[in-house]
Every structure is written in structure tokens, then in C-alpha cells.
Write a protein that binds this ligand. Sequence first.
Ligand code: SF4
Length: 352
Amino acid sequence: MTKKNLLKFNLDDLKKEFKGNNIKGFRAKQVFNWIYRNGIIEFPKMSNLPQDLINKLTKNYEIADLNLNKKLIAKDGTQKYLWKTKDDNLLESVFLPYEEENRYSICVSSQIGCSIGCKFCATGLDGLTRDLTVSEIIEQILKIQIDISKENFGNPKITNIVFMGMGEPFLNYDNVMKAVSILNDKKGFNIGMRKITISTSGIIEKIKTLAEKNQQIGLAISLNAPNDQLRNKLMPINKKYNLDRLMEAVNYYIRKTNRRVTFEYVLMKGINDKEIHAEQLIALLKNKLVHVNLIPANPVPELDIKRPKSNVAQYFKKRLEDNNISATIRVEKGTNIKAACGQLRASYQNGG
Ligand code: SF4
């Protein structure tokens, strides 16, 4: 019999699941507590459960599926995890500590591979293998929280989640949103909706669906080019959803939610970092409730992606701010451990 993975349930669903198996509701709360408040993922260690229940749980359920295949730690504290799934696929997550701000962020993957095929991204090289399950999404965060906890579980506590790892989260919408509800559960991880961000290449139907849900969750658009011609080249998804349609969906989202949308712009030397691009970016985003995150590219030798000089990001920031568009330059993290999306997996598969 295949065992069910408990990480796919929020507390209410776990109660229902247990009820169907003649396990009392309060046991669900205890198990949930062990997992998300204590980081205990082995049934025999759940010391307030009777032995017959431990046996029953062990027989019918499991908690963890992912095996750590490789972990890299950068000089700046960034930690990259390469996981192997039960069906022998590889996926990555990145832990980004910003200790001075008491912010501990995880960049999670939502798919194995990706069908979007952005030209600057190592993940897209082999296409999509499959969606991640809800439990595989949750497990990335749970295992990292266990790994980084020092004297006791949850210290330091993961405060922010970004769906910006491998995959297009909106093409695995249902599993991603279910995982978000579990992460947000007050009796579990209790990560505030405002601290969770979904980054999309621009799947406009789902931007509109999210707008209608009107949740507090953060929306980020991976833009990277301020005109259709260049964006078609860098992100083929733009041929399906061009900038007009994308901006129309973003405007709809802002109108419905009154929430600010973040635009990510990875600055790549000689590709999208010229003055004209800054001006086009301003024209695209002016007078909108948006924020621009400028990200100097992590070099990807296989794809000939280079980082521009640091004054380029400063120039873009200044031009945007001069036009009342808020902008930040994302602090570089983990450059020496192949921190760009999908790079570790790609280099591992190539024997790197
Ligand atoms: S950048 Fe994101 S959406 Fe684009 S190919 Fe890579 S994983 Fe997919």
C-alpha cells in the first residue's frame, strides 16, 4: 500500500484524514504540532503518542520524501540545497539569510525543470519533467528549517518564502496555493501571507485568478525586458502573453487588490542594460503601484550571461526613482555556489 504523505494536509484536512482512519481529531493537532512546531518528522519520536498509534501512523503515512543530495554554503551564508525525489529527480532550494534585518528567506522550487524556456535560465534547458507535489514543496521549507535551527527548532525562524526557484509556479497553481495555505496556517509554520511571494514569468490567467482571490500574498513579475522584441527573445512566453496583455493583467490585479506588484529585472551585460532599456522600463511602469527589483545577473557561463558593472544597476535605480518608481538593487547572494536558478542541478547533471 502506498503511504500518504502528511505534508500535503493543512490541519483541518489532517483531522478529516485521521477521522477517516479512526484516529481522533486531537491526534492530528499533536502530529501537526510535532512537525511544524518541533521539526520532528519521525513518528517514534512523537513522545506523547501511544505506541499503537505510532505503529498505525508508520504503517499508513510518511512525512518526508526528499533526500539531500548536496548542500553548498557560500561565503555570505547563502545555502543551496539539491534534493533528490523518490522518482530520482533533482530539485533545488536556496536559503538566504539577511541577519541584520532578522529576515530568513527561502527560494523554493515549484516544478522539476520548466517549460517556459527563458534564455538566461539553466532550469529551462531540459524542459519540464513534472510538477512538484504539495508535500515536496512543503518539505523543502521544513527540512531547511530543521537544518538551520540551532539550539531549538525554529531559531532562527524562516520568515519569508519566495516561489522563485525552479519552475513556473502558476503552471502548478493548485499545488502551490495549497502549499501556501499550509505555510500560512497559524497552528503550523504561521508564515504571514504578506511574507510569501509568487514570482511568475507572466501567466496572465493566473494573475487574474489571484487578483480575484484578493489574498495578501505578494506578486512578482519576472520582466527582464522592457519591450516585446527583446522579451520575445529572452522569454518566449512573451509571444503568447505580450507586454500589453501582461500589463493589462497587472493593472487588473492592482485595481482589484490595491497591492503593489514587484517587477524583477535581471540586468545582463550587453543584453538589457542600456540607457534605452531604462527609458522603456520607465515608460512601461510609470504611474503604477509597482516596485522594481534590479538584480545584477549571476554569471551563467553555459548561457554566456555576464553581470554588468555595478554602476549600471545604480544608473537604472536612479532613473526609475527620478520618475517616482520605487526601485531596489538586490544584494548579490551566493555567487560562488552557482546560486542562479537551476544552475546547481544543471552542473550536477553535467558532472560539475
Ligand atoms: S526563469 Fe523561471 S520561468 Fe524562466 S525558464 Fe527559468 S524557471 Fe522557468
